[in-house]
Design a protein around this ligand. Structure first.
Ligand code: NAP
Ligand code: GLV
Length: 310
């Protein structure tokens, strides 16, 4: 079989070459070259162009080179019967855990306030901070990345809770679940991390109501998706002191436009959507496992529930 490869931003073919090393006997067409579109049943994609799927009548499976598939599920040409498979961890768990730990340390040790103090030549010596064991981090999501981030925070002495759709059991982590437990989960946090997938249920979840359910002065870390955050509500919460600061990796429009108010906001730290980038070797191993499962007629790991949206 020929596999169609259409991955934006793989200009040096690092990812493609890693996949070819894992699957030396497979044939690949690299978009825009596609010699026999009528024969393509499997495509490996990231940020596919709008017309990609229209020309592939036999397409059965799309393997996404990302953990989040919101972009793909929102693609106008993706037919409902096509299976979508996402990356699960594939090296991103470690990267994401580091990002969340960094944000937590910054919030806990108030490094964002010292940075602001430095810019104003202020010696904020009276600033106090809690012990890590009393610093409570809440993670929205308790999936593959969130559970690894939670474990990393626990191993650094932090108190951690998660909130998910269904109940979880993770050592030393308190699990909250469902809409009805969201308020209680939020009510006692020092920092909140969003690691939810972007779905109809999570779009705009980081809003005024959520911020006001947090204790005053909580810190937001968002490596989830930009559309989960209501931008004016964040700015208002920062200006009122309801939130003490925010570290944001993802944005509704990426790259973040030059004239966006976040760039110069003294309480916002911006990173350019790289909390956990796709790791070529690990991802290629997962692609091989998926292709092998498909050939055996089995569902690949990472099969997305197209109704739930993740
Ligand atoms: P995952 O394993 O599918 O975990 C998703 C978690 O969200 C699950 O615990 C799920 O609950 C929970 N959830 C989903 N909808 C919910 C709802 N309506 N209410 C409460 N909980 C809900 O996903 P993952 O691999 O950890 O990735 C999470 C997200 O991280 C991705 O979708 C992507 O947007 C983002 N990401 C960002 C970067 C970056 O570089 N910034 C990199 C990778 C991924 P249940 O377990 O109960 O179903
Ligand atoms: C990156 O944002 C991903 O979803 O893998």
């Amino acid at each position: 079989m020929t596999i169609l490869y259409c991955v934006k931003n793989d200009d040096n073919h690092l990812l493609l070459n890693a996949i070819k090393r894992e699957l030396p006997d497979e044939q690949f067409d690299v978009w825009p070259s596609c010699k026999n579109p009528d024969e393509i049943t499997t495509a490996i994609v990231w940020a596919p162009p709008a017309d990609l799927f229209d020309s592939l009548p036999k397409l059965q499976t799309v393997l996404s080179m990302s953990a989040g598939v919101d972009n793909l599920l929102g693609h106008p040409g993706l037919r409902p019967e096509v299976s979508v498979v996402r990356l699960q961890d594939a090296g991103m768990g470690t990267l994401m855990s580091e990002y969340v730990l960094y944000g937590t340390l910054m919030a806990h040790r108030k490094m964002h306030q010292f940075a602001l103090g430095q810019s104003q030549k202020k010696w904020l010596h009276e600033t106090t901070c809690k012990n890590a064991t009393d610093f409570h981090v809440g993670i929205l999501g308790a999936g593959i990345l969130a559970s690894q981030a939670a474990a990393r925070l626990i191993s650094n002495g932090y108190r951690v809770s998660t909130w998910s759709r269904t109940e979880k059991r993770q050592s030393k982590v308190q699990s909250f679940f469902g809409e009805e437990q969201l308020e209680l989960f939020l009510s006692d946090l020092d920092a909140i991390v969003c690691l939810l997938p972007l779905t109809n249920a999570t779009i705009g979840i980081l809003d005024k109501r959520l911020f006001h359910s947090l204790p005053k002065g909580a810190f937001l870390i968002n490596p989830g998706r930009g559309q989960q955050l209501v931008e004016p509500d964040l700015l208002e919460a920062l200006d009122s002191g309801q939130l003490s600061g925010a570290m944001l990796d993802v944005f509704a429009v990426e790259p973040l436009p030059q004239n966006h108010p976040y760039w110069e906001h003294p309480r916002i730290v911006i990173t350019p959507h790289l909390a956990a980038e796709t790791v070529p070797e690990e991802s290629a191993k997962q692609i091989r496992a998926s292709i092998e499962a498909i050939k055996r007629g089995e569902p690949p790991a990472g099969l997305v529930d197209r109704v739930l949206g993740y």
